[in-house]
Write a protein of this length. Structure first.
Length: 202
């Protein structure tokens, strides 16, 4: 967990705690955006900051319309997406190496490596997805089911590389709709899976 990492780097814990205390009375979408941007190049620091917020019963996603880069990187913290909440994006490596087991989120784009190497991930549901970016689900070895809405436009290079357990895709549209989706050839796991058309995805 990121807080375990934080114990080994007390200098960051002091910095993050001070920032949280300083800004707690003024937390809003812009403030969170600024704070996450400050740590964006430091995955463990970003994730530790998120865990500190959640431990203080502050859910930054209640204030934000996107999920920032490295949000819960390499974390085992459980996250429950609100079913009626819509995000503009899930940014790079937001949950990479994390212990997330199931995803059901309304979002049009998932960026590079957002869920890469999530070894416990089994089911992904994306009712409003349009673009699944490079290596978004790279090496999610236990992913078995993918549920996607008719909104899907493209699956880019290596998005599902190494997802060798993926057997079933439940798609909201028809086979004709599916055939119009751009699927990069380096997604054999998608191309080899059984697609169930006209599925209810929510």
């Amino acid at each position: 967990m990121s807080l375990t990492w934080l114990k080994k780097h007390p200098e960051y814990k002091t910095t993050l705690t001070n920032k949280l205390q300083k800004h707690e009375a003024f937390l809003n979408a812009n403030k969170f955006k600024d704070l996450y941007a400050e740590f964006s190049t430091m995955p463990n620091v970003t994730s530790a900051f998120t865990e500190l917020l959640l431990k203080a019963n502050i859910d930054p996603l209640m204030y934000m319309n996107y999920i920032p880069q490295h949000y819960l990187y390499a974390s085992d913290v459980y996250i429950n997406f609100e079913p009626l909440k819509h995000f503009d994006s899930i940014d790079e490596e937001a949950f990479a190496f994390s212990g997330v087991k199931e995803i059901n989120v309304n979002v049009p784009v998932i960026f590079f490596g957002a869920f890469s190497r999530c070894k416990k991930l089994e089911i992904v549901t994306l009712p409003t997805i349009r673009t699944i970016d490079m290596e978004a689900f790279y090496m999610c070895e236990n992913l078995t089911q993918l549920w996607v809405g008719k909104s899907l436009v493209e699956i880019t290079k290596d998005a599902f590389e190494g997802c060798n357990s993926l057997t079933d895709i439940f798609y909201e549209g028809t086979q004709e709709d599916w055939d119009k989706i751009y699927i990069h050839p380096r997604n054999t796991e998608i191309l080899d899976a059984t697609v169930h058309f006209n599925s209810i995805v929510k």
